[in-house]
Design a protein around this ligand. Structure first.
Ligand SMILES: NC(=O)c1ccc[n+]([C@@H]2O[C@H](COP(=O)([O-])OP(=O)(O)OC[C@H]3O[C@@H](n4cnc5c(N)ncnc54)[C@H](OP(=O)(O)O)[C@@H]3O)[C@@H](O)[C@H]2O)c1
Length: 231
């Protein structure tokens, strides 16, 4: 494989392993302190990736909120905001979504070649469209991001995208926050789905850090030998 960015996966799950409930409304699992951790993580990265499912259901802005962190990025000669990245097969995304309209960030949409023309028509004025063989292989996606100058990538979900990164061994670090309540709804999206993961009972991931963030606990795992302990 060609070079890929250092990749951090980050999400917050319930005690029973769900990322959300199955209702229409957006569910906040994180504490204020945990949201600040995510903000710091965003500020440290060149790009933030979420799946199209998350763009549709959560309408996230994917911006750095803290002014000091933004100023620090600019002072270091970096863009004020990380690049926003999403991946879709269907290319059914609203150009008015906050992903496309909030902030001045560069925006990239990876889609399959069979929906590339459709995506270009709907989203070409608000994002750069990159067509790939279907389904988009995350290995190719991260190689392409590296070619575009992304050296540190944050993957914020949802479950489908996290599953693919973990199963493909494309993550260097997992920051998993655990919220102190249950969802208890089989129809809700889980942290990950079925898959053959590189970490098993005989080959365990290394727990690098635990941190209490209000009523949320952060579990930080080193998933590759590129893990950067200091951050
Ligand atoms: N708690 C947290 O920290 C957190 C963080 C993020 C998200 N979430 C939750 O996660 C849920 C969404 O998760 P999800 O698993 O349903 O969706 P997701 O992972 O956000 O996105 C899945 C969608 O991404 C596209 N996609 C994924 N892999 C692809 C590939 N290889 N090639 C082409 N397209 C691909 C497809 O889009 P198309 O359907 O457009 O083809 C697919 O339907 C939401 O409920 C959200 O609230 C929670």
């Amino acid at each position: 494989m060609a070079e890929r960015p250092y990749t951090v996966l980050s999400c917050c799950m319930s005690l029973d392993g769900y990322l959300d409930d199955s209702s229409e409304r957006r569910l906040v699992l994180s504490s204020e302190q945990d949201l600040d951790r995510v903000d710091g993580l965003r500020a440290s990265c060149d790009a933030i990736l979420v799946g199209a499912g998350t763009v549709r259901s959560d309408n996230p802005r994917l911006l750095v909120r803290n002014r000091f962190r933004i100023d620090q990025r600019v002072a270091a000669g970096r863009p004020a905001m990380p690049t926003k990245v999403t991946v879709t097969a269907l290319a059914k995304l609203d150009p008015e979504a906050a992903f496309f309209t909030a902030g001045e960030s560069e925006r990239l949409v990876y889609c399959s070649t069979d929906t590339e023309a459709e995506a270009g028509e709907a989203l070409g004025s608000v994002a750069t469209i990159i067509g790939c063989h279907a389904p988009v292989q995350m290995e190719r996606l991260v190689e392409d991001l590296h070619c575009r100058g992304v050296r540190r990538l944050l993957v914020e979900g949802g479950g489908s995208v996290l599953t693919q990164f973990l199963a493909a061994g494309l993550a260097d670090e997992l920051q998993l926050a655990v919220a102190p309540f249950f969802i208890g709804d089989f129809a809700a999206p889980r942290f990950v789905g079925d898959g053959r993961y590189p970490w098993t009972s005989g080959g365990r991931a290394r727990l690098a850090e635990t941190r209490v963030l209000g009523d949320v606990v952060l579990l930080r795992y080193a998933l590759s030998d590129r893990f950067e302990d200091g951050r």
